[in-house]
Design a binder for this molecule. Structure first.
Ligand code: NDP
Ligand code: 8X3
Length: 251
């Protein structure tokens, strides 16, 4: 079995790649930070004796995405599982004060990047008449919260695209799942806020999800019997009721 995991240099993508290697998947891992991809490849190949292929590209750049994916050998193109995970939030501003560069970063990564990769992989799955696509959405794709505006819009797009993929790929034996998590302590808030201390405060006073919690969820999704597909999962920290209500201890 071959899995392609986008954004495997950190957080959910890295934890999911580790889980899949343990399950004996050969892996295509992507991201911009080459050193991290090389480190992960060497770790997974040594520990689990699987093959790991690195694709080092910026998912926002259509020509880079197409170039790297089309250079895969015939064997590597037999992708069974695509984890559309690469994504980010940039900034936390009121919509009328938002930084348009942040908006473009989120739209180009979370929507267009996901589409560039999917547009390449979906026909391969259609041709082989099997495949599973797991899109990492968010609670931000189910609700809108103050200052979440554009990030929420991009994750609502992931929610819609998941539904579109599911209905249009079902005739070809390709199944589609969305996992929509609440707060997970990864590098996400450091990227969003650009400050490690501010990022720590996001998770202060309660226990957030971990990247491994999401990898465990992916493991559950892919280990269902052949007649079962999990369409959608919302997974939250026990202390988080929705995108803006969290039970936090004072101090
Ligand atoms: P991290 O910041 O820890 O990881 C993000 C990953 O995405 C990295 O591997 C990064 O790789 C990759 N990525 C980002 N931008 C690009 C780009 N332009 N080109 C290629 N790869 C890119 O965050 P998470 O693991 O938390 O996030 C993973 C997904 O989960 C995202 O889609 C996020 O929206 C979603 N999510 C996160 C939640 C959270 O609270 N953390 C909750 C709900 C959903 P590199 O920088 O090396 O390119
Ligand atoms: C990340 C979770 O609540 O910051 O998608 O939007 S949240």
């Amino acid at each position: 079995m071959i899995a392609l995991v986008t954004g495997a240099t950190a957080g959910i993508g890295k934890a999911t790649a580790e889980m899949l290697a343990e399950k004996n998947y050969d892996l295509i891992i992507t991201g911009r930070r080459l050193e991290r991809l090389e480190e992960l490849k060497s770790k997974l190949e040594t520990k689990f004796s699987v093959k790991v292929k690195i694709l080092n590209f910026d998912i926002r750049k259509r020509s880079e995405v197409e170039k790297h994916l089309s250079e895969l050998s015939k064997n590597w193109k037999q992708i069974d599982l695509l984890i559309n995970n690469a994504g980010l939030a940039s900034g936390l501003d009121l919509i009328h004060e938002g930084n348009i560069d942040d908006w473009e970063k989120m739209i180009d990564t979370n929507i267009k990047g996901l589409l560039y990769v999917s547009r390449f992989v979906m026909p391969l799955m259609v041709q082989q008449k099997k495949g599973h696509i797991i899109n990492i959405g968010s609670i931000a794709g189910k609700e809108v919260y103050m200052k979440g505006n554009i990030y929420c819009a991009t994750k609502h797009a992931v929610d819609a695209l998941t539904k579109a993929m599911r209905m249009e790929l079902v005739p070809f034996g390709v199944v589609v799942t969305q996992i929509a998590p609440g707060m997970i302590e990864t590098e996400f808030s450091i990227v969003r806020l650009g400050d490690e201390q501010k990022a720590k405060n996001v998770y202060k006073g309660f226990e957030p999800l971990t990247a491994k919690d999401i990898a465990d969820t992916v493991e559950f999704v892919i280990s269902r019997p052949k007649n079962v597909n999990i369409n959608d999962i919302i997974i939250m920290p026990a202390a988080q009721a929705n995108s803006y209500i969290t039970n936090r201890e004072e101090n």
